[in-house]
Design a protein. Structure first.
Length: 460
């Protein structure tokens, strides 16, 4: 029996995205209501256990507390989880196939992500993205302010236009067929707005630009990469959902003053990382959800065409579901041209939830290419379970595949208030490893590390 939506109490705004061959694909595993409003669920592809699976996601805006009903179609609900568990959201069963729970109010221009799994099925679960009120809303620019940019879309020009400072994607499907590699280059001093209901099949490139904002609650669908930021400064990304990029979700190279907020990402291709930064400085990431088929976060020094070291990162309130590799991977690549190498330092990671991981380390340092790594802090990290992974991996490494030299050192690393609440038999041994007597790991600090509530001593 499907559960009928009840009368509304909170203020709920729903989003309708274009569907069909080039748009989003509707899913029918779940039906969802938010305070009486039916919410459409869409398909995302994920890759648990190295097998591509179809899962579900939905998104809506709410003002006030909202009562959510989730029905698992064609299956009796014997057990369920609403994650992250740190949000302490309790559900009740309405009938054999429907659960109900209340979500708290979301702050203006903020968001959070929930994952609902039924009967232990994490592979085909439901992801719920809940937005607070959108404070910055743009309308289509007037015709006399438009610039002729020779872009084509499947919709009318009034939903895909540009003026000197605004690139606007209204509700509907946008595919710039005549642009090479389906890419859109964004100039300095521009705002790109993806309205709720917009689906853009292109990657967004910020190259040698400054003062750029990419905002709104639209979707980037199947781009080569989601957003690229190279040789740029003062760039903000806020609110996007990026689905099925072939490579990174957000890619930064030799750029500074980057802010990433409220983005959601799903990827299933090989090397489809979440947020990768190479020689970037002054980076803030907050309130993001990443479910990727490679590293969720990677912070590197020199790679490819980018130089100059990395510093001043603040990552907070990230929710991570790692189908493969590391939630956090630090210092694998660097500049081996000089004895000193490049410095990666002053990294803060706080108040994050790891829903699952499958790799050799959740907080991983694989220091190669003469990198020097120091002053990195992990604090209040909650790990709900792993398929198979160590908690900590801190090593100086040399790999013929990825490095041309071992790293120089890793030192002054802090792990504080780290909680694991899952199956202990799935935990691998922690890794702490020097390369030799002169390429070493030192000054690791552990405070309040708990496994299923029990405080443990971690020795290097």
């Amino acid at each position: 029996m499907l559960f009928a939506c009840t009368a509304a109490h909170a203020s709920v705004k729903t989003y309708d995205y274009p569907e069909g061959k080039e748009g989003l694909t509707l899913m029918h595993d779940f039906s969802v209501c938010a305070d009486g409003h039916p919410i459409k669920t869409y398909m995302c592809e994920v890759n648990p256990h190295r097998r591509v699976q179809k899962a579900s996601w939905c998104q809506f805006e709410v003002i006030g507390n909202a009562k959510i009903q989730v029905t698992r179609r064609g299956e009796k609900v014997n057990s369920a989880s609403v994650r992250p568990l740190s949000k302490s959201i309790k559900y009740t069963l309405v009938n054999d196939s429907t659960m109900e729970f209340t979500v708290p109010q979301v702050k203006d221009n903020s968001s959070y992500a929930l994952e609902v799994d039924i009967n232990g099925d994490r592979d085909h679960c439901l992801h719920i993205f809940i937005d607070g009120p959108e404070q910055e809303v743009y309308e289509a620019p007037s015709p006399d302010s438009m610039v002729d940019i020779n872009w084509k879309t499947v919709n009318n020009h009034d939903v895909f236009v540009q003026n000197p400072h605004l690139i606007y994607f209204g509700p509907g499907l946008h595919k710039p067929h005549d642009l090479p590699s389906a890419e859109i280059k964004i100039p300095s001093n521009a705002t790109v707005y993806l309205a709720p209901g917009a689906v853009v099949r292109a990657r967004l490139i910020v190259d040698r630009a400054e003062n750029v904002r990419i905002i709104g609650r639209g979707v980037l669908l199947s781009p080569l990469r989601g957003v690229e930021i190279t040789y740029s400064r003062n760039v903000e990304i806020d609110g996007l959902t990026i689905i099925n990029p072939q490579h990174y979700t957000v890619y930064g190279g030799q750029s500074s003053d980057i802010t990433i907020r409220n983005i959601r990402s799903f990827s299933r291709h090989p090397w489809s990382d979440g947020i990768d930064m190479m020689c970037c400085k002054n980076v803030t990431v907050e309130d993001v959800f990443l479910r990727n088929n490679d590293d969720a976060f990677a912070i590197y020094n020199h790679r490819w065409w980018y130089w100059g070291g990395s510093e001043n990162y603040h990552i907070r309130r990230a929710t991570i579901f790692s189908d493969l590799a590391h939630p956090f991977n630090i210092a694998s690549h660097g500049d081996d041209r000089s004895d000193n190498g490049e410095l990666l330092h002053n990294i803060w990671v706080e108040d994050c939830d790891i829903l699952s991981a499958d790799g050799d380390g959740i907080m991983a340092f694989s220091c190669g290419d003469k990198n020097r790594v120091e002053d990195v802090h992990f604090k209040n990290i909650r790990i709900e379970d792993v398929v198979s992974s160590a908690l900590f991996k801190v090593m100086i490494c040399f790999s013929d595949k990825y490095n041309r030299a071992p790293g120089n050192y890793v030192r002054n690393i802090w792990f504080e208030d780290i909680y694991f609440n899952g199956d202990e038999t799935h935990l691998k041994p922690n890794i702490f490893k020097n390369y030799d007597d002169t390429h070493t790991v030192s000054d690791l600090h552990f405070d309040n590390i708990r496994i299923n509530g029990k405080k443990i001593h971690v020795s290097q």
